[in-house]
Design a protein. Structure first.
Lengths: 1036, 319
């Protein structure tokens, strides 16, 4: 039987909770014994006093579930590995078992390992523990090489100071949003009858078409144990029997009054009630709420006794059978972080309530919040810890404001108090300076990576978001050597967050980065440079998604429609690059750049748009105001989550509706952008925007169906290529040889006037594949089933044993990087397999790149998984002076010979050209099938002497530059004899290198592939969409 | 002098007699209204005999109409004929299907006057869905003025199927008004002891019901379900008329005729006649005269109780 996920997860949680409770004393002892508890640091975070580490450990383990505290300045549990940061394991256990991740951005395990003389394979966690236990005030912190040095004493002081600052900032908003399990302590002074009848309380009930709920609400008011009240029911133009029901109530109770208005909205209705109120105090109740009997007795009594002007009581919330309280005490500043006062539990002195200038009739939602903010600005609200009302969260009414109006109204209310554009426009800004406003991502490592990626842009960084402690700690550490400002923002929309960042910034140009994106420094500089052109108002980069395809290259507007869609979404980035450098219809991007004065002049992003499309609206306003156009820059911003799914709540339909309200006609330029990318829109497909549920009609976004525009005739004709590789997209694929191979080949094909996209594993199914003319699959780990349509080419460069005749037959043309294998299989399978050897990048690999600094005796580049590779063993046994670049050698005998774990592809040529001998080996299946490794070509292109295991064909291809061995004795012999005895002379080697660079370069392969593709296409019958039919294919 | 004391009340009474005669209880009922309302409209679907017609014309406004659409359509005709309903403090609809009131209407209305209710009936039940039973319902002026009330009567069309009338109009009227936000109540409210007794009687009824599933094996299960159904107070608690100062101030004729729960309605009639000789005078004759026109409804006929359980009748019968 399969247990549903939800139950299993719930059970898991419960088990962990019990486990935690049972094991807590044991964990506390373990944590204390680990000797990593920093009492002073913990005190700074909590504001509490502790005498012993044991006390800290106990407090930490008890509060860990809710509060994100840390026991040591250099330990951020959220940075450690493991899926569940809040597991029952205590941090001592977690850090002790950590293998890979550093728990702090300023702690570099490699440096620490070196400083403590630990074995290279020591776990990161163990290194950290050893370092922390041994560190003294004056010990240098093992910071990463990019950071300036600092002593432990200095850093610790800095981080403790940061923790104190964080606690003070947090004090304002700490309990916000948390329902509490018990009512907060505090005394309630109920109104007692011996104090007389008490002041008159006016209760205002504004209602619209809620007759069926009205009686319950009214009865709860009239049943209040506090008797001196008047109930003013304001009927906001109901079309149901509201008036009849109130008339009925009035005939039994003279304390009730009815005001009937034409429909004018809740704000106007409440204002009318406020106007008519005769009482000393006013309270508000909605028709779908009821009060507890003693609400007014308790609140009026306490308010009069304490002389409070504004007070609110607690809400009891029951959800799935659990009861919690919403009872937060906080002032105006706390309210700015988010609303925690429900209108139904508020009681205010009438004069104060009137002084707050009533409810804003121009707002469609969050009217309560807006009013409460204004009220709180006049008089601090106080919490009366009594339960005023009970909410059943399970029941909800479908037609509420909450799903009819945009959620951005709350941001609008906050913005009124947080943002003053007038003041901002007068602030002086540093001429020519660049500011980057970063909406800090929720993930801590994402946050650190985003900041480090911008090193070198020489920009002021403004980090803005509701920051938790971990973020604050890491940012404090990183701010040490960077121009970095930390701004605590309200829990609000991304648009307001970025506005706040803009106001805190001081540069003349600002780059805004949403929390789901990151930007390299070079891209930042490219964006900033674009703004030098005064006709450009906004610069946006190409947004690249996690699959390394385009997430957005600007806003696309269908004819006559103002609901935008991301331009060229899911196309290869190369396609977007064709349209870069020119204006687009509007910005649609997770990153945009704008001149600060312009941004302030048009009052920034509209907070009403909350989290989506605000940059689109901004670009349209900028254009309308004549500030300039939006330009797509040939630079990339990486978008972590899909374009429209940031960590913030979304209201795409709401934003789309706003666009429709605000803009009558779309800006021009969408079709032109497509045209530059080589496409024309044919028809548009309408899809409802995600989240269009609620009572309103769906909002549709219309995305274009594209048709490639025939390229002008050229020789050779320009084809659209896709190179399919098995390497994963993103940083994960950075070490995969396939990616570099495909990129080099793409570069060479582009030199021949071709359009080339490199598709990683995840982008294989991108819908834009249908526009490609040629799909070249580089056969690696993945078996790829070709889609009919384009010309499908297969080039087997590795894993030949995995290739089946069935797979091969599905392709139009097949190549293999082995002469022997292709001949043998052609015959065996009756299919035509052309030999096409691997090759080298002539621009990276050349004898001229040799330097003395990089010289080594015997060089081996390659990684391993725990076991040494035979060729390395042989060389070690032969007593060679070996230098190894690669990972995974820690546990082998050759561990001491590792020079570096990584060698960038661009550096490889230098090392090869400088080495006396380069060692090489092949995977077993490659060797058996005569697949000459590309490393042989690289090394040969550098004119290096290569010593390799024996692979068929190598002697012919490399004319003696590669010496093969069959036994360990061969290796010993070849390495011990004078090198020139066995390898050609320097002059000969250079000549051979030149030959290899000419015959076996990517350029050459590109020519061969293009030739093959063209002749194959020529024989093909015409196909409507693909270009073969529209253009003569001339032999060139 | 008396005129000023008469409450500003409109009563619309639906009446039917298969022989075109006025039953003795109907005359007494009409007389009971005499000083209790400004206006009494009797809508009859009988082929009235001359004597009865002239008696009626003397005592009320009489509307005669064809016999279709049950009492609800008579109510509609009466309400439509009454003109502007907003001039009344209260509007009452009732029919002639019961013996009563067993205590003066003045007392009943006085007791209800300070109840915060928008409309009320003599009894309410949870059968089908919560509703007040339509043989006697009082609407207060604001309900009469409401859209829900106006629309309900305006949209009514005659229905000549008894079950459909109950579902669409009897239950439907209460639901329409409750859904519009009005509160409902009833004059007769069961005490916990009465509720327990009514439950026991429903169980007794369930044991004897015949309108069950055709498949024998499923019947015990269905009886169990039926035993948990809500009751109709006019059947299940009819003998509350005998308690207190007529806690339930009327007795439905259907209860006496059909004894729907099998609780010995003859005994009930005997006891009522003993306790309220005036109200029940002539009822034996009337019931005998009309018996042939009110044949037992096949669906509602009861089976004999299982032999072993028969003595339990002593616990549940009308007392």
């Amino acid at each position: 039987m399969k247990i549903p996920d939800s139950i299993r997860r719930g059970l898991g949680r419960r088990v962990r909770r019990v486990q935690m409770r049972v094991l807590r004393p044991w964990y506390a002892r373990q944590l204390t014994r680990a000797g990593i508890v920093d009492i002073e640091y913990y005190q700074a975070q909590t504001g509490l006093k502790f005498r012993t580490a044991r006390q800290v450990a106990k407090h930490y383990l008890a509060s860990a579930a809710l509060d994100d505290y840390s026991i040591h300045p250099l330990l951020e549990p959220n940075l450690l590995g493991g899926r569940r940061p809040r597991s029952a394991k205590d941090p001592a256990v977690r850090i002790a078992t950590e293998r890979i991740f550093s728990p702090h951005p300023l702690f570099d395990p490699v440096q620490a390992r070196r400083a403590l003389n630990l074995a290279p394979n020591t776990r990161v966690g163990q290194v950290w523990l050893k370092w922390v236990r041994s560190a003294t005030e004056d010990t240098a912190v093992p910071v990463p090489p990019t950071e300036p040095p600092i002593t432990w004493g200095q850093l610790r002081r800095l981080l403790i100071e940061g923790a104190t600052q964080w606690r003070e900032a947090r004090g304002r908003w700490r309990t916000f949003g948390y329902p509490v399990q018990e009512l907060p302590a505090g005394s309630v002074i109920p109104w007692s009858a011996d104090r007389g009848t008490g002041p008159l309380v006016s209760v205002i009930l504004a209602t619209w078409n809620r007759a069926h709920l009205l009686r319950e609400a009214i009865d709860s008011v009239l049943a209040q144990s506090y008797r001196n009240l008047e109930l003013i029911v304001v009927d906001d133009g109901s079309s149901d029997d509201t008036a009849a029901i109130v008339a009925g109530v009035m005939s039994f109770d003279s304390r009730v009054r009815l005001i009937s208005l034409p429909r004018s909205g809740v704000s106007a209705a409440r204002n009318a009630g406020l106007e008519a109120a005769l009482g000393e105090y006013v309270a508000f109740i909605d028709s779908d709420n009821t009060w507890n009997v003693d609400f007014l007795t308790d609140t009026v009594g306490t308010m009069t006794a304490r002389k409070w002007k504004v007070a609110h009581a607690a809400l009891q919330v029951s959800r799935r059978g659990k009861t919690n309280y919403r009872a937060t005490d906080g002032d105006f500043h706390a309210l700015l972080m988010g609303n925690f006062i429900d209108m139904n539990v508020l009681l205010a002195a009438t004069e104060t309530a009137r002084a707050a200038v009533g409810f804003d009739v121009s707002m469609k939602r969050s009217v309560d919040y807006d009013y409460i903010l204004r009220l709180a600005e006049l008089e601090t609200p106080h919490l009366v810890p009594t339960v005023a009302a009970l909410y059943q969260e399970d029941q909800s009414d479908s037609i509420r404001i909450s799903n009819v109006q945009a959620i951005g109204w709350a941001s609008v209310a906050q913005s009124k108090h947080l943002v003053d554009w007038e003041v901002a426009s007068q602030a002086t800004r540093k001429a020519g300076a660049l500011s980057v406003v970063l909406a800090v991502p929720k993930g801590l490592s994402d946050c650190i990576d985003s900041i480090r990626a911008l090193d070198g842009a020489d920009a002021e960084l403004v980090c803005v978001a509701p920051l938790n402690r971990g973020h604050y700690n890491c940012l404090t550490a990183l701010a040490r050597c960077r121009d970095l400002k930390i701004t605590q923002a309200a829990n609000t929309g991304m648009s307001l967050v970025l506005n706040l960042g803009a106001i805190a910034s001081s540069g003349e140009r600002i780059i805004f980065v949403k929390d789901n994106a990151s930007l390299t420094s070079s891209a930042a500089l490219a964006l900033a440079a674009t703004l030098d052109d005064q006709s450009v108002a906004i610069a946006q980069p190409i947004n690249e998604s996690a699959t390394m395809t385009v997430a957005s290259a600007g806003a696309y507007f269908p004819p006559g429609d103002v609901v935008p869609s991301p331009l060229l979404a899911e196309h290869p980035t190369a396609t977007a690059q064709r349209t870069a450098g020119a204006a687009v219809a509007g910005a649609y991007s997770a990153v945009i750049a704008m001149r600060a004065p312009d941004f302030i002049a048009i009052e920034g992003f509209d907070p009403l748009f909350h989290n989506t499309m605000f940059e689109v609206d901004l670009s349209l306003r900028a254009q309308e105001r004549g500030l300039g156009q939006t330009v797509l820059v040939d630079a990339f911003a990486a978008v972590r989550t899909p374009m429209n799914r940031p960590a913030y709540p979304l209201d795409l339909p709401g934003s789309a509706r706003l666009m429709k309200q605000r803009w009558a006609t779309p800006p021009t330029g969408s079709a032109e952008s497509l045209e530059r990318a080589g496409f024309a829109a044919t028809v548009h497909q309408a899809t409802p925007l995600a989240g269009s549920t609620g009572p309103l009609a769906e909002v549709y976004v219309r995305t274009p169906e594209l048709m490639p525009i025939p390229e002008p005739s050229s020789s050779p004709p320009c084809l659209r290529w896709a190179i399919d590789v098995a390497a994963p997209a993103g940083p994960k694929g950075a070490h995969w040889g396939d990616r570099h191979f495909a990129n080099s080949l793409a570069r060479s094909l582009r030199k021949l006037g071709q359009q080339v996209a490199v598709d990683h594993r995840e982008a294989r199914d991108r819908p834009s594949r249908k526009y490609d003319d040629v799909v070249l699959t580089l056969r690696g780990l993945d078996k790829v089933t070709p889609m009919p349509g384009p010309l499908n080419l297969l080039w087997v460069i590795s894993h030949p044993d995995d290739v089946s005749p069935r797979e091969l037959a599905a392709y139009d043309l097949a190549f293999a990087a082995s002469i022997g294998w292709s001949a043998q299989k052609s015959q065996e399978w009756g299919l035509s397999i052309e030999p096409l050897l691997q090759c080298t990048d002539a621009s990276l690999f050349s004898p001229t790149r040799a330097t003395a600094a990089a010289a080594s005796d015997v060089l081996f580049v390659g990684s391993t998984r725990g076991v040494s590779r035979p060729v390395v063993n042989y060389a070690v046994n032969a007593g060679a002076d070996l230098a190894i670049f690669g990972r995974g050698w820690e546990k082998t005998a050759a561990a001491d010979l590792v020079v570096a774990e990584q060698l960038p592809n661009s550096e490889l040529g230098v090392r090869y050209a400088s080495a006396a001998v380069v060692l090489n080996d092949h995977w077993a299946d490659m060797l058996r099938n005569g697949f000459i490794s590309n490393r042989l070509f690289d090394a040969a292109a550098c004119g290096a002497r290569v010593l390799s295991d024996r692979v068929a064909g190598a002697d012919e291809v490399f004319s003696g530059l590669v010496q093969s061995f069959d036994t360990p004795a061969d290796v010993t012999r070849l390495l011990s004899q004078p090198l020139d005895d066995n390898w050609p002379s320097q002059a000969d080697r250079l000549a051979i290198a030149e030959q290899v660079r000419l015959e076996h370069s990517f350029d050459r392969r590109a020519e061969q592939l293009l030739d093959a593709a063209l002749s194959s296409l020529e024989q093909r019958p015409a196909d409507g969409l693909h270009r073969k039919a529209t253009q003569p294919l001339t032999n060139w | 002098m008396i005129e000023t004391l008469t409450p500003n009340r409109l009563v619309v009474m639906a009446s039917y007699d298969p022989d075109g005669e006025l039953g003795p209880h109907v005359r007494r009922h009409i007389q009971a209204w005499q000083d209790e309302c400004q206006r009494l409209i009797v809508v009859t679907t009988s082929q009235l005999k001359a004597a009865d017609r002239s008696w009626l014309n003397e005592h009320c406004e009489l509307i005669e109409r064809e016999n279709y659409g049950y009492d609800f359509y008579s109510y509609k005709v009466g309400l439509d004929a009454a003109g502007d309903l907003s001039s009344y403090d209260e509007v009452v609809i009732c029919n002639d299907s019961f013996v009563g009131p067993l205590r003066p209407y003045r007392e009943i209305f006085a007791e209800m006057a300070d109840q915060h209710l928008d409309f009320w009936g003599m009894t309410q039940t949870l059968r089908v869905k919560h509703h007040v039973q339509s043989f006697f319902v009082v609407f207060r002026s604001w309900v009469v003025a409401s859209k829900a009330f106006t629309n309900f009567w305006a949209e009514m069309s005659p229905v000549s199927d008894r079950r459909e009338v109950i579902h669409r109009y009897e239950v439907g009227m209460s639901r329409t008004l409750i859904d519009a936000g009005f509160t409902v109540g009833s004059f007769f409210r069961e005490t916990p002891a009465e509720a327990r007794l009514a439950r026991a009687r429903v169980i007794w009824w369930a044991l004897r019901r015949r309108d069950l599933n055709r498949r024998r094996l499923l019947r015990p299960w269905e009886r169990l379900q039926r035993a948990r159904e809500p009751w109709n107070p006019m059947s299940g608690l009819a003998d509350s008329a005998l308690r207190g100062e007529s806690r339930l101030p009327l007795v439905k004729l259907d209860t006496i005729r059909y004894d729907p729960y099998g609780l010995n309605s003859a005994r009930l009639l005997r006891k009522c006649t003993e306790q309220y000789p005036e109200s029940f005078a002539g009822m034996d004759d009337y019931l005998a005269r009309t018996a042939s026109r009110y044949r037992p409804r096949p669906r509602e006929m009861l089976a004999k109780a299982p032999l072993l359980l028969r003595p339990f009748i002593l616990l549940v019968r009308y007392r």
